[in-house]
Design a protein around this ligand. Sequence first.
Ligand code: NAG
Ligand code: NAG
Ligand code: NAG
Length: 437
Amino acid sequence: MCIYGCTMVSLARILLFATYCVIVNSTAASRVLELSDRFLDIHKEGQWLIMMYAPWCAHCKRLEPIWAHVAQYLHATSIRVGRIDCTRFTSVAHSFKIKGYPTILFLSGNHHFVYNGDRTRDEIVKFAMRLSGPPVQEITKSTSFNTLKKDKDLYFLYVGEKSGMLWDVYHNIAATFQPHAFFYQSHPVVVDKHAPIEKTPTLLVYKENVHYNFTDYKITDRKKLNDTLYKWVNAERFSTFPKVTRGNINQLFMTNKNLVLAVLEENQLEEVPPNMLEFKDMVESVIKMKRQKYHDDFQFGWIANPDLVNSIAMMVVPLPSLIVINSTTNHHYIPEDEPEKLTPHVIELFLEQIQHESVPKYGGNSIIVRIYRSWFEVRFALASMWQGNPILTLVLFGLPAGFLSLICYNIWCPDIFDADEEEEGKYKQFIFKYNIT
Ligand SMILES: *[C@@H]1O[C@H](CO)[C@@H](O)[C@H](O)[C@H]1NC(C)=O
Ligand SMILES: *[C@@H]1O[C@H](CO)[C@@H](O)[C@H](O)[C@H]1NC(C)=O
Ligand SMILES: *[C@@H]1O[C@H](CO)[C@@H](O)[C@H](O)[C@H]1NC(C)=O
């Protein structure tokens, strides 16, 4: 029965994909280069943004239209956008050590970078644009800042001569974070009224119309300066109120700030319902009023992935709601008031209490909490499986050859519940990382 079912499923997949290919190829994929194993001979020439895919993978199919847009968008640049079917050209997959599909790679000479962020057109394009130039790009015209501020909600700017220790260290760190942020260099006359420069060198980060100083520039010990600047760049490279996803939450945990998350739910079209939108705006207004006050200790964000939060909080959180996570210790805080009663003022008090450690904290990362978290996840997964298909669940666990059926369930699962096979993988990876940090 299992074998029969599985074959039917794969047949259906193949048919679906065949239909899909016809549609895509005839419309949008035109600017995407379909590459073969001959790519191995030419990949060091110029710059490439490549999607390694497998025809049967659901996530690759979902990425397809986005990829076509990316290719369209980058058409005017020197970056060539292509894709390679790794099931046909296994030597390519082997050569680039591809472990999952889709994998997005940026290749430039001998360097290659794997993309780990959110798979949206804008984010992928930004990733490629950052990597296509030198780690630090020079700004020579004052008017460039207008364009820059319009196009980029966040960038780092070094003002001063390209020499000295701060410059050296900045340049090295820019190279490390090149896939994640834009780094520039300019001179006081060019910067002019675009940023308050009192002396050089100065290092700033521009975020949504505000400049923040790197204040520890006086450190004279090279190693100490490197460590301090590295931490600063890592903590500052997120916008004030980003969308938090499975793709970037691990990086947010490296800011060592308290993460203040508005927890919401999106529909299939990635739209947030009005009542939740109101809540999200309310949380955002808290930072907008007191940016400077929260800047050092808190990183705000919103998350439309309640499962992820449930797993951190080890309970089913109401929607919408607020959770604060200390990214160093992984403890979390939940306001006592019901979400409807939360106002900017109440949140402000709550955050103050967290700073003074006068509210109870939960969770953390002790072994007991980790065991409990795993138990919660299993229970939660079973409960959702039961809700999705009670009969299947009964059959699965009623069968004597339970383990066999579990294997089948895993194979079936994506088709029956339309679950995200690969996202689940990422999720596990997140939990794993979360546990060991
Ligand atoms: C940067 O810090 C200096 C003092 O160290 C201050 O005078 C200056 O206004 C600050 N610049 C910005 C953009 O905050
Ligand atoms: C700078 O600091 C970071 C983080 O502490 C470290 O990973 C990196 O190797 C350092 N770089 C240099 C050149 O010392
Ligand atoms: C996280 O918790 C630790 C231990 O309680 C504390 O020292 C640290 O300051 C907290 N982090 C933030 C950003 O408040």
